[in-house]
Design a binder for this molecule. Structure first.
Ligand SMILES: NC(=O)c1ccc[n+]([C@@H]2O[C@H](COP(=O)([O-])OP(=O)(O)OC[C@H]3O[C@@H](n4cnc5c(N)ncnc54)[C@H](OP(=O)(O)O)[C@@H]3O)[C@@H](O)[C@H]2O)c1
Length: 318
């Protein structure tokens, strides 16, 4: 049984997802949270992970640790994206299993689904067709993590579950333009253009493709929901079930920031897949739904960005 005193290890607690989960658990009154940075505990090293489990004796593990990156990084380092992610999750999952840990929450992403799967994406579409080649290696690592949890669940009856979030945004996001996702990239660009006397902002693609976005605190609430309830399935999508065009997203961010200049759509740059939307009915059935509308989440993210602007300026990379 989970109590507020349960020893909960959050792997990757310094990351965007892990830090949101940590804050949510703290705010819900959980008092025994465990976290360690990669400098102190390299999760790729099996011996270190097993030693850490013996010492800390967690009762639950939330795996938000991963080697994460955009298309470029995935394309340039396929071996690291496959191998390091498998090492991290294998050590965490097998270590948890061998230490008798009853509950494990594994986080993946929507890239596990086939490139041409019907929309919205249902959990059943896993392994029904080939993957998107640009992140195939990362996706394969994540799929093996899902299968590891599923097999422990099947064979030993333990509550090992996988949550697949859609595109996330929010506090502690990566605002480095060389590797950031679409929302932090737009926030930085529009903010900079506003500071530069409302100069023109150039954005990639036509803006006509549709994407789904979830505020990271809502994902954290989904993780807590999975923690506090014994789930009947092994795999759940976590999203809003709604999508917007990139153009609509850009207009919302422009308005929130107060940028008055023009937007140029650079159609020589790729758009990516026309639509990527999750079917979130299984999460709804078990009592979780998103709370933060896009507009509200974007405002909160921009406020966070402004409050951390000093830090951002010091780390300015371009
Ligand atoms: N961001 C999104 O839009 C998104 C969407 C869907 C799913 N997800 C999933 O959510 C999970 C977390 O993503 P995120 O966006 O929070 O990533 P992130 O901000 O890059 O955080 C990654 C975390 O993993 C830790 N880590 C990485 N390599 C490690 C190693 N070798 N040893 C120990 N710790 C290591 C990092 O620790 P240090 O900081 O100490 O190095 C950091 O705490 C991933 O599984 C990702 O697939 C993210």
């Amino acid at each position: 049984m989970i109590s507020k005193q349960t020893n909960i290890y959050i792997a990757g607690h310094t990351g965007m997802v892990g830090s949101a989960v940590w804050s949510k658990l703290e705010s819900e009154g959980y008092t025994n949270l465990i976290g360690e940075t990669s400098k102190v505990l390299d999760l790729r090293n099996q011996q270190s992970v097993f030693k850490f489990y013996k010492k800390e004796q967690p009762e639950v593990v939330i795996d938000a640790a991963a080697k994460v990156g955009g298309i470029l990084a995935n394309n340039d380092f396929p071996y690291q994206f496959l191998m390091e992610n498998m090492q991290i999750q294998n050590n965490l999952i097998d270590g948890a299993f061998k230490n008798g840990i009853e509950k494990f929450i594994f986080l993946g992403s929507s890239c596990i689904y086939p490139k041409f799967a019907p929309q919205p994406l249902k959990e059943d579409y896993l392994l029904t067709d080939s993957l998107e080649p640009t992140n195939e290696y990362y996706a394969l690592a994540k799929i093996s993590g899902i299968k590891a949890c599923e097999s422990i669940r099947k064979q030993y009856g333990k509550d090992y579950v996988s949550l697949m979030p859609t595109n996330l945004y929010g506090y502690n996001d990566n605002f480095d333009l060389k590797s950031s996702h679409v929302i932090p990239a737009m926030i930085r660009k529009f903010h900079q253009a506003k500071v530069d006397n409302h100069s023109t902002v150039t954005l990639w693609g036509s803006g006509s493709v549709r994407r789904e976005f979830l505020f990271v605190d809502d994902l954290a609430a989904a993780v807590v929901h999975a923690l506090e309830n014994k789930l009947t399935n092994h795999l759940y999508n976590v999203g809003t079930g709604n999508d917007v065009t990139i153009k609509t997203l850009a207009k919302s961010i422009q308005k929130i920031i107060g940028h008055k200049g023009d937007i140029i759509w650079d159609t020589s740059k790729p758009d990516g897949t026309p639509r990527k939307l999750m079917d979130v009915s299984k999460m709804k059935e078990i009592g979780w739904s998103y709370k933060t509308e896009l507009e509200e989440g974007l405002k909160k993210t921009y406020d966070w960005f402004l409050n951390n602007l000093l830090n951002y300026k010091e780390n300015k990379l371009d």
